[in-house]
Design a protein around this ligand. Structure first.
Ligand code: NAD
Length: 455
């Protein structure tokens, strides 16, 4: 591990990753490898938690192909020197900003979208001209193996290397010095990563989780709301960082809302055979989730089977803010439904919790939409939709407060893996002596005037 990092540093310091042609070739190669190995990647993820080829394409691989296409298309612009104006005090000179790669980067992935969460940051890191050490999550072991095989058999390890493993391997990695650490995972592990990075003052991006609220107002379009909400909640069996965690629905439509939810879940016929449902990732998470199901409050679902790690899409009703299920991120197919009558009151409750990764608002009322957007801080969100904001790479993706630090996707990913080096360039043909000794009142007056002007 130490040797690989040393080799990557030499490779980087020799400027091998800096030319745009190197970056574009690497990105195109990665896309070709992913495409050529789609079947292997599909089989691996199916073995791990029965994720179908349809889902693997729509919510993992297709996003990566799009990321690569976009990066190769816009790289010249993203990496170009940006001219800025100069203040008159510096006359005659010009000012510009040079985007430069950070260096040797470490990317640590989470398990729930294992290809997406490993390769999307890697694509941004390559585009920005860095070397990469990638540590995918060890939980989907077949997926981790296939990521390692794909990269380690095809890329120079001094540029791009996958290291597999769990806590011990990640801990060893975190003891090394990197120029950037990009972490996706839980809040508690995010804190470990942040502390490890602090020892070397390494910049970090933390893509974390939390409880993402959904507010359904009395004047929403109920059928469409429920359709979009149920799909986004039960996609990947609720194991999505930006899944709606819980719902506040207006008291006056609560019963109709619940009935529609039941209808929608039944119509969607979620099961492994249909390819629209996945297993809970492991027994530990299965047990954790089952313990969160309060039998007294089940409105729909609740069945489970640990042998094949199945938990039925479940809705809990009459949930209170103090209930166990409202304490931590659920990260599974259980939806607590709470009702409200006063919007301001639930806004206060949401704001008493850590700032969420996402927030969803289903409403036809502009005033309500504006009020929520103005008053609640969250990473990203959607109006009359849920989770689809992630598919627009023009929207920087990340958390705020406890749900994360920094963002990526599209150009924001390039920025995350870049340093913007500021330069003032001055010719030698003119030397004003204003700043030099001896000082005088008239000099100060001129300086004060010049400080206000730009050219
Ligand atoms: P996790 O924090 O348990 O693991 C993430 C990574 O950290 C894995 O690679 C794992 O090997 C490593 N790790 C685990 N424990 C460690 C330790 N003690 N020391 C060092 N490394 C350690 O998270 P997870 O279970 O893989 O993923 C679920 C969490 O990730 C949820 O909270 C979810 O919301 C969040 N998540 C966030 C995003 C996002 O983009 N914001 C995306 C997916 C998942």
């Amino acid at each position: 591990m130490e040797q690989t990092i040393r080799n990557q540093r030499v490779f980087f310091n020799n400027n091998n990753t800096k030319s745009l042609s190197f970056r574009v070739l690497a990105l195109k190669k990665l896309k070709r490898l992913l495409q050529e190995n789609e079947e292997i990647l599909n089989n691996a993820i199916y073995k791990d938690f029965k994720k179908s080829s349809f889902d693997n394409y729509t919510n993992e691989l297709s996003l990566l192909y799009k990321d690569i296409d976009e990066a190769t298309k816009h790289l010249k612009k993203w990496a170009s020197i940006k001219k800025v104006t100069t203040n008159l005090v510096n006359f005659p000179s010009k000012s510009y900003i040079i985007p430069e790669p950070l260096g040797v980067t470490l990317i640590i992935g989470a398990w729930n979208y294992p290809y997406q969460l490993s390769f999307a940051p890697a694509i941004a890191a390559i585009a920005a001209g860095n070397t990469i050490l990638l540590k995918p999550s060890e939980l989907p072991i077949n997926t981790s193996n296939s990521i390692a095989k794909l990269i380690n058999e095809n890329f120079d390890p001094s540029f791009f290397k996958v290291i597999e493993g769990g806590i011990p391997e990640t801990t060893t990695l975190l003891n090394q010095k990197f120029d950037k650490i990009f972490f996706t995972g839980s809040v508690p592990v995010g804190k470990i990563v942040y502390q490890a990075a602090a020892k070397n003052l390494t910049p970090v991006t933390l893509e974390l989780g939390g409880k993402s609220p959904t507010i359904v107002t009395e004047n929403c379009d109920l059928k469409t709301t429920v359709r979009r909400l149920m799909w986004s909640k039960y996609l990947n069996a609720g194991q999505t960082c930006i899944a709606p965690d819980y719902v506040y629905v207006h008291e006056t439509i609560k019963e109709n809302f619940l009935k529609e939810c039941k209808k929608e879940i039944k119509a969607s016929n979620y099961n492994f055979e249909n390819g629209n449902y996945v297993q809970i990732i492991d027994e530990k998470n299965h047990t954790r989730l089952v313990n969160l199901i309060d039998k007294e409050k089940i409105y729909f679902g609740g069945k489970h089977n640990i042998t094949n790690r199945y938990i039925e899409p479940t809705i809990l009703k009459n949930v209170k803010d103090e209930d166990e299920i409202m304490k931590d991120e659920i990260f599974g197919p259980i939806l607590p439904v709470l009702s409200y009558t006063n919007l301001s009151e639930i806004i206060i409750k949401i704001k008493e919790r850590p700032k969420p990764l996402s927030c969803y608002i289903f409403t036809n009322d502009n005033k309500t939409r504006k009020k929520i957007l103005n008053e609640i801080s969250f990473g990203s969100g959607a109006i009359n939709e849920a989770i689809m904001q992630i598919s627009n790479s023009n929207l920087p993706f990340g958390g705020v407060g406890q749900s994360g630090i920094g963002s990526y996707h599209g150009e924001s990913g390039f920025k995350t893996f870049s340093h913007y080096k500021s330069i003032l360039e001055k010719p030698n043909w003119l030397e004003l002596n204003l700043k030099y000794f001896p000082h005088s009142k008239i000099k100060l007056k001129i300086i004060k005037f010049l400080m206000k002007l730009e050219f």
